[in-house]
Design a protein around this ligand. Structure first.
Ligand code: NAG
Ligand code: NAG
Length: 332
């Protein structure tokens, strides 16, 4: 376990492995994988979470990627590894299952029960899907990592989706990095391909089954469903020569640039889903459009993400901890 930690650049808060080539210096494979479980059952447990190795690794991962995408377009060039290809194929499978599971007739417009049929397939297949992504010598990690995938697509009892589910997907990717299946050179593909494809599939789930926003703060929240693409998306726009935060509320700008910037893709989806003046249905974002620079927007969103998601008991109570994202306290 000590060797494994040395392979990560923890000094910089990096959770991604850094190595010259994919095979030769992967961290030694740990043998103590475990099925992750809940550890935060009461509000006073939140301190344990904030001090945990999992919190440090999770935040390090988010911030590493935030640095990695700074100033970069979705359409820029980057390498695509075999693991990334396999992740895209996994997400393609989830997408195809939506087509194969049409919504059913039911009295309520919201929370279509066909979602539960779709979810049952994932529940059954998650471990196989994750095994297919992992190199064969890491197959012992599949049961641990698959739990995060199952938590990342919404709640099948409530038929809702929110930032806690989104966090589980980031945790899923973080675990793939920690075992060395994904590497630092995958970071652009990780956001621009894998996370972007994940968002497409989640939007299709939200629309097809009319999922409810989980723990939504209504007009006080940033967005009904997502948070991370606004963080990484605002980082992409830092120091852009012409686009300023005040432009993202203009539909013309969104239509012209959404293929290059994740932030604008999110705004485009909001424009499609909501009616009425932007300032009313998305008041928080409207206020953010008055912030003078993208770097200030980015810093503000990171602060807000910690306060509104990672420090909220209703979100974190569902988070699961294992050997890769551990509840153990960070060593001083
Ligand atoms: C889904 O929601 C139900 C009902 O609120 C809850 O008991 C359950 O723990 C949730 N499941 C997950 C995976 O969050
Ligand atoms: C947006 O700004 C206005 C004016 O300062 C304020 O009244 C409102 O509460 C803000 N909205 C949100 C969602 O914070």
């Amino acid at each position: 376990a000590n060797n494994m930690q040395e392979s990560f650049n923890f000094e910089l808060g990096f959770a991604l492995c850094t190595g010259a080539s994919p095979e030769d210096d992967r961290p030694p494979i740990p043998v103590n994988f475990m099925v992750p479980k809940k550890e935060i059952s009461m509000v006073p447990d939140m301190g344990k979470w904030k001090r945990s190795q999992a919190y440090a690794d999770y935040m390090g991962f988010i911030l590493t990627l935030n640095e990695g995408v700074k100033g970069k377009k979705l359409t820029c060039e980057y390498p695509i590894s075999e693991t990334v290809e396999k992740l895209l194929s996994l997400l393609g499978t989830l997408d195809r299952w939506i087509d194969e599971t049409p919504p059913v007739d039911q009295p309520s417009r919201f929370g279509n029960k066909a979602y539960r049929t779709w979810y049952a397939k994932l529940d059954q297949e998650a471990e196989n899907l994750v095994s297919a992504v992992l190199p064969s010598d890491l197959s012992a990690a599949a049961p641990e990592i698959a739990v995060y995938l199952k938590e990342a697509v919404g709640n099948s009892t409530r038929i809702d989706y929110g930032t806690g589910h989104e966090a589980a997907f980031a945790a899923f990717l973080c675990c793939l990095c920690k075992v060395g299946a994904l590497r630092v050179e995958d970071q652009l593909a990780l956001i621009f391909k894998v996370f972007d494809r994940y968002l497409q599939v989640m939007r299709k789930l939200q629309k097809t089954y009319r999922m409810e926003p989980a723990g939504s703060q209504g007009v006080w929240g940033l967005d009904d469903f997502q948070f991370l693409p606004f963080i990484w998306g605002s980082s992409q726009l830092i120091d852009h020569p012409t686009l300023e935060p005040r432009h993202f509320v203009e539909e013309k700008v969104v239509n012209e640039y959404h293929q290059d910037y994740m932030f604008l893709e999110c705004i485009k989806f909001i424009n499609e889903m909501k009616t009425g003046p932007f300032a009313e249905h998305s008041n928080q974002l409207w206020n953010i459009s008055a912030v003078p620079s993208w770097s200030k927007v980015n810093q503000g969103l990171i602060r807000m993400y910690k306060a509104e998601c990672l420090e909220k008991f209703p979100v974190i109570q569902h988070f699961k901890f294992g050997s890769l994202l551990s509840i153990q306290s960070v060593k001083p």
